[in-house]
Structure formats: C-alpha cells, structure tokens
Design a binder for this molecule. Sequence first.
Ligand SMILES: Cc1ncc(COP(=O)(O)O)c(C=O)c1O
Length: 403
Amino acid sequence: MSSDTTGHTLDVQAIRSCFPALKAGTARFDAPGGTQTPQQVVDAIAGALTRPLANRGTLTEAARNAEAIVAGARLALADLLGSDADCVVFGRSATQLVHDLARTMAKSWGPGDEVVVSRLDHDSNIRPWIQAAEAVGATVRWAEFDTTTGELDTGHIEDVLSPRTRLVAVTAASNLIGTCPDMPAVARLVHRAGALLHVDAVHYASHFAVDLAALGADTLVCSPYKFLGPHLGVLTGTRELLHSLHPDKLLPSSDAVPERFELGTLPYELLAGSTAAVDFLAGLVPGSGSRRERLLRAFAALASHEDRLRARVEEGLAAMEGVTVYSRAARRTPTTLFTVAGSEPGDVSRRLAERGVDAPAGSFYAWEASHRLGLGEAGGVRVGLAPYTCDEDVDRLLDALLP
Ligand SMILES: Cc1ncc(COP(=O)(O)O)c(C=O)c1O
C-alpha cells in the first residue's frame, strides 16, 4: 500500500482481485499500450447487451436504455476530463477523432496559414494535422524537444509560433518517455498568438486527473482502453469551438453538438463500459463526494502509488550495467523507456516474456520521437505502470532483467 500526502491509500491487492486477466500470472508493464479490464467494466458491457437495446429514443424500453447509456457515458467522461457532458464526443479511437477533427478544422485554413506539431508526439497527433494542412496548402512547423533532458519546453513552442499559426497540436504526456510538458504555459503562448491548442491526453489521462480548462486545451482526446475501459476514443473541447466546427456528416443525422461529430450509431456497450471504468477509477480510494471529487482523490493516491513504484523501477535500472534510461523529464508519467547495450530491445522483451514479464519493445507510434532519440524503429523497452501494478511485479521485472 502507498498513501498520498492527504493520506489516501490504494489497496492494490483489492484492486488486483477485480481484474480477471491478472489471474494468468504475468507481471504486466504494458499499460501504456492498453490496460487490463476490471470485472465491473466487463459486467457493464455485458449488461448493456443483455438488456433490451435499440437505437436511441424515448418510445421503447430498448430505446430508452440506449439513451440512458449515452447520457451516462457523457456525464462520466465529463467528470473525468473536467469538461461538460454536452461537449463529450465518442468515436472509434483517438486516432480517428483527430483525423476527423483535423479535416474539419482545415476547412478554414489555406495557404499562408501555419500548423504546429511536436516531435514528441504519438503519430496520431502528427500525421492527421500534416495531411489536413497539406490538403489545403497550409504550412507545417515542427516543435522540437530536448533529447538530452526529454523536455519539450515553452521555448520549443515559442520558436515556431507566428501570427499565422492557426493550431498547435501537442501531447500532455509522451507515451514513449513519459514527458509531461507544462500545458497551461504552452496554452498561454498559443492563445496569445491567436491560435488554438489541441491536446493529446491519451497517455496523460491514465495517470493524472484531466481538467480541460486548467490545461488550456481547446480540444482534447483520450482513449478509455488506456484507463481500464473498453476500446474507443473520446474527444472533448470548449463549447464555443465545438459549435463553430462543421464536420462532414450525413444529411439526416443530428447537427446538434456533440452528435454532429459522431458518425453512425454509437457503440452503446462500450459507452456503458467506459462509464464503469470511470466509476471504478473514482472508487480506487474510499470516500464520499461527487464523482469528480472522488476522481481527484483517486488520481492523487494513484500518483503516489505509481511514483513510488517508478522510483523502484528506475533505481533498479540505474544499478544495472549497460542500461540507458531515456525517461528523464522533470515531470513525467510512470513510463520508463530503456535500452540495454549489446541487445536489441525486441530481444530484451522476448527474454522478459519468457520469464513471465510483459514489457514490450518498440517506438510505439512515437515514430518521430524515437528517431530523434536515435532509437529508430526498434525504439526501446517500455515499462509502464497501472493502478494494478504491485511491488512483486517490480521485483519480477528487475529479477528477470538480470543476466
Ligand atoms: C499518446 C497516445 N496518443 C494517441 C494514441 C492513439 O490512441 P487510439 O488507439 O485510441 O487511436 C495512443 C495509443 O497508444 C497514445 O499512446
């Protein structure tokens, strides 16, 4: 058990008992790729499908069930993201939502306009913006990061802002090396330049309580399968901006916000699972209050749990000969990327897997960052933590890394 400064404690063994997949016995460090799922989420998905279900409406019980699931999921994600329920958009994945958003925003861009992407980001927050910009003749500018410190500073953004900047797309946390740029400071710069800020919170939302306004984001995406939920994506943004955007849509489909951004029928069962995931997170530590208040307490306790385990992982790695750790930023998620001299990352991962430890290798779609770090396609071995990671997992990882 570990407790945060306010004394809230994660009962990790109780949390682990909720995850059927953990019974397979593997020590899992693959959470940044996708977390395991608690029984409560499985039950919510099954519950949605075993009760009568139809397209949203008010006439029948089945239609009302769909309506209630959608409303419930929008409220849950609004609580998680510090946004408003009527500004929560669901999609197939964060990648799909960013592609759609970029194409929609690009309708008002043209030659001479500039879009900023960052070298630190997952490709899903780079390529969609580049492709959308190129399609309308807008210019793409790159914000670099410091490969020695792993930091993406405000200066890196300032370097590439201009009066013609329309949008800056940057991650709140790198899924490769964990770096968390100072988003409120980035937002101030971006807004001072008269541009919009799109934030990739896919990795960040697994570890920190998101607050759309505090981050200063105009739009933001996350993916519930990274925080104990099912496989889908979520977009939120300021009401003013969402109402000003007009994505391509079918003629008979609703033009209301958020529905205008949601193409086709929503995956109701996955929405029910997402609500259950948010409720599960809110219940990580005991206590009362609104769901948002409970989430804030839970994330504080989670941070202290993950910080302690991350320190153990990093101390263990630092004591090993030939190991280089790339996760170095002052503020970062518990996501540690490393290489071992003389071994391919894939071989290290394979050896770990043979010893019952899942710590995958690669560049994890952070293609630009991995190349900038000199790691190319092969990337490194990534150790990521989750609410269910325990001390025994860390012991097993460190033991398995010994020759
Ligand atoms: C930081 C980050 N952004 C975006 C994505 C893409 O998310 P999705 O699979 O929902 O498209 C990932 C997935 O690994 C990620 O880690």
